[in-house]
Design a protein around this ligand. Structure first.
Ligand SMILES: Cc1cc2nc3c(=O)[nH]c(=O)nc-3n(C[C@H](O)[C@H](O)[C@H](O)COP(=O)(O)O)c2cc1C
Length: 317
């Protein structure tokens, strides 16, 4: 295979379409075969890798060293690229690594256990090399597999029981939207929360199996439409899988391009910050960059049913 030539014999104005091919080849060489020097053709000398919510920094050499350490502990490591999306100079990669723990790792002696870790990497190219990457993965998956932390007691709780608990928690219903190169996309989401008021930050949790999920990975902004009590049909549309959910919806792009649905009781546009992999979902956090609300009563979701809050009696407080 002409791997080395692929990664090093490039001209400065490399076709951007070639970037994903070169990245796939370099990842396979480095992660699956341990040929970490191949990364010198893909990562710029000034490359910085930022890991996790704290953005812990690594240089190119530090990164190569950590791949070596991982491969010593998991010699049969295999990394699969599940999704790769490009937007100008930026690339988003969703990946899944599997291996067996047969060497000491993070001070943990070999356990012989199979380990699976999934995450996402966001790369920024300058010319034909990557200057910066942000990496997020579910470190609990790894630590639990190694026996460093135990969350199996939590896992021992029947999902049905947990679902029953969640049904006791009342939420609103939002439609999380984004612009996919001119096409509006969105899904119904009740896993929405405020994080901070100053600065204003919020989060939404989106299942990885959702067709909107990869689009949110390459978007800069997302919209959050808090549905009004008379928008049950909108909730149903966006909880479904139709190809064009916006066909019968009145909407317009917000200041930052996120689709905002007419008749919602409140709307936010959010500049996406972190994309955190967590179990079956990704958590998208971000800063609120535009907001509006009006007097419409919000749609309420409780115990699997939808309610109109304007018919409820306020309690004295
Ligand atoms: C009330 C309600 C709340 C929902 N909340 C979420 C949620 O928080 N996160 C999520 O990923 N899906 C949630 N869903 C499910 C998605 O809306 C549904 O899977 C949708 O079909 C995904 O569409 P897509 O694959 O076109 O993106 C919810 C559905 C309903 C009805």
């Amino acid at each position: 295979m002409t791997r080395t030539a692929d990664l090093t014999d490039h001209t400065p104005d490399t076709d951007p379409a070639d970037r994903s091919t070169r990245l796939r080849a370099a990842w396979s060489a480095a992660w699956d075969q341990g040929d970490v020097d191949v990364l010198d053709g893909l990562l710029s000398p000034a490359y910085v890798r930022r890991r996790g919510p704290q953005g812990i920094e690594q240089t190119r050499e530090g990164f190569k060293e950590s791949i070596r350490a991982v491969r010593e502990a998991f010699p049969g490591l295999h990394t699969e690229i599940e999704d790769l999306v490009e937007d100008g100079d930026r690339l988003a990669i969703r990946w899944r690594s599997t291996g067996r723990h047969t060497g000491t790792f993070l001070g943990v002696p070999p356990t012989g256990r199979p380990v699976e870790v999934s995450g996402a990497t966001f790369a920024r190219f300058e010319g034909d090399t990557i200057t910066e990457e942000r990496v997020t993965f579910d470190s609990r998956q790894l630590l639990e597999a190694l026996g460093v932390i135990t969350t199996s007691q939590g896992a021992a709780v029947e999902p049905e029981l947990v679902r029953g608990v969640h049904r006791k928690f009342i939420t609103g219903v939002t439609v999380v939207t984004t612009d996919d190169e001119g096409t509006p996309r969105g899904l119904a989401v009740n896993a929405f929360s405020s994080i901070s008021l100053d600065p204003p930050m919020v989060l939404v949790c989106v299942q990885r199996s959702s067709s909107t999920h990869p689009v949110l990975h390459r978007a800069r902004h997302l919209g959050i439409n808090i549905l009004a009590a008379d928008q049950l049909d909108v909730a149903k549309t966006f909880a479904g899988k139709s190809q064009d959910k916006f066909a019968d919806i009145r909407w317009s792009p917000g200041e930052h391009g996120a689709p905002l649905i007419e008749g919602s009781s409140a709307q936010l546009e959010v500049e996406i910050g972190e994309r955190i992999e967590a179990g079956s979902h990704s958590v998208f956090t971000g800063r609120v960059v535009s907001a509006r609300h009006d007097d419409r009563a919000p749609l309420v979701y409780s115990g699997g049913g939808f309610f109109d809050i304007s018919n409820t009696a306020p309690l004295p407080w």
